[in-house]
Design a protein around this ligand. Structure first.
Ligand code: COI
Length: 390
């Protein structure tokens, strides 16, 4: 590297340090900031042939071509799953086979080489094993978030698929995603932008689906909403999903989640729907009209509770959703929807208090979410065989 101007300042590479695991305070909520771990697992596929994989210390990728298709044309996808330390001091990963299937779907849509299942599982297993010191202790909150990702690393100038793909599994210890720390949050419906196109790629976990949600999310956050909700892009009358996670709603007898070709099917959502069935709820995956949130379902049942669910957010209750509505004069006002189950407890202008939170234990979605967390931590029997290795 030579400076452009004689004696000019040149940006020096940053030596990203590996976090010393003994410096981590497991009692303090870790949040979802990035804590770097010892290293990652990397596989490369050239012209359709996968190598045998390597362990790489640290968190940087020094040999990437600047014309890699991922950097220019967004040929990239990722996954998220979690590993939990059980009382036997071993780490168990939640449903990695489901993440592999979803990654294969993302790869197929963007003409990328999907990693074979054995390499995917081996990368997850090795990444967790070599970063075992970063898996939160069994009796502390949190988990090791595991992030597999795959991208076109080969160079192209024309718009073509890459000849080379890099598949990496990295990880970081995490706590609660939202600052509310598991307490209910309020959501803003994104009125100005769509997350996906009607026949687009919303159901694939492609990297490019996420950057466009940053601006609306930032605007929403400055207005006090930690989470943004997207409606169906064709008619904007049905619920799709949150920027970070899937949408769940509960009535007295049913747990509902949107059927839409533009939502990403979350592994957490599949699991919650199964637990709902186990508890005698009718799980319904169907189109959900925004109007049902206030008027109830066609069979007259009010929607009592709403939540966001996904690997990162686990299950985060949503006590209020504000929907922007524009009148004939072009003036936009916010229509406030407070989930019926929270109505008596929450003064709509206040964040839910701890007392409201305790009262919220009547929330069936929170109950299902707590049961899921207990299964993941090994504190309840894993009757569905979700934890890996079994
Ligand atoms: C996950 O829940 O694992 C995700 O990938 C969502 C991401 C916005 C953190």
């Amino acid at each position: 590297v030579t400076p452009l101007a004689p004696g000019g300042h040149v940006h020096a590479p940053i030596a990203y340090p590996v976090t010393d695991p003994s410096s981590l305070d497991w009692d303090v909520g870790l949040g979802f900031g990035l804590i770097t771990t010892a290293g990652y697992v990397r596989y490369t596929c050239r012209s359709g042939v996968w190598d045998d994989g390597a362990w790489v210390a640290g968190s940087t990728l020094p040999d990437l071509h600047i014309m890699a298709t991922a950097l220019h044309y967004g040929q990239a996808c990722f996954e998220g799953l979690k590993a939990y330390r059980h009382a036997d001091d071993k780490a168990y990963v939640f449903r990695p086979h489901a993440n592999h299937s979803r990654m294969a779907k993302s790869c197929a849509r963007a003409l990328m080489e999907a990693p074979p299942l054995d390499k995917f599982l081996n990368a997850v297993r090795t990444c967790v094993a070599r970063n075992m010191a970063y898996v939160p202790p069994h009796d502390k909150p949190g988990a090791l978030y595991v992030r597999p990702f795959l991208f076109g690393s080969g160079p192209k100038l024309g718009l073509n698929e890459s000849d080379e793909y890099t598949f990496i599994v990295t990880c970081a210890p995490v706590g609660e995603y939202y600052k509310a720390g598991g307490k209910p949050v309020k959501a803003l419906v994104c009125g100005e932008h769509d997350r996906a196109a009607p026949k687009g790629v919303g159901s694939c976990k492609l990297a490019g689906n996420y950057a466009p949600t940053l601006l609306p999310a930032k605007e929403a956050k400055t207005q006090g909403y930690p989470i943004t909700l997207y409606l169906d892009p064709a008619t904007r009358t049905y619920v799709d999903e949150f920027a970070t996670s899937n949408f769940l709603a509960a009535t007295k007898t049913k747990i509902l989640t949107p059927d839409s070709n533009s939502v990403l099917e979350s592994v957490t959502r599949m699991s919650i729907m199964q637990l709902a069935r186990d508890h005698g709820f009718t799980p319904e995956t169907r189109r959900i009209k925004v109007s049902e949130l206030t008027e109830g379902t066609a069979d007259g049942e009010p929607i009592t509770h709403i939540a966001a669910c996904g690997t990162a957010v686990v299950l985060t209750p949503v006590y209020r959703i504000d929907v922007p509505e524009t009148d004939a004069t072009g003036k936009t006002t916010l229509r406030r929807i407070v989930a019926a189950g929270w109505k008596d407890m929450v003064d709509a202008d206040q964040e839910p208090t701890d007392a409201a939170m305790d009262a919220g234990e009547s929330d069936p979605l929170m109950k299902l979410g707590n049961e899921l967390r207990a299964i993941q931590k090994g504190q309840r029997p894993d009757t569905h065989g979700w934890l890996w290795p079994e």
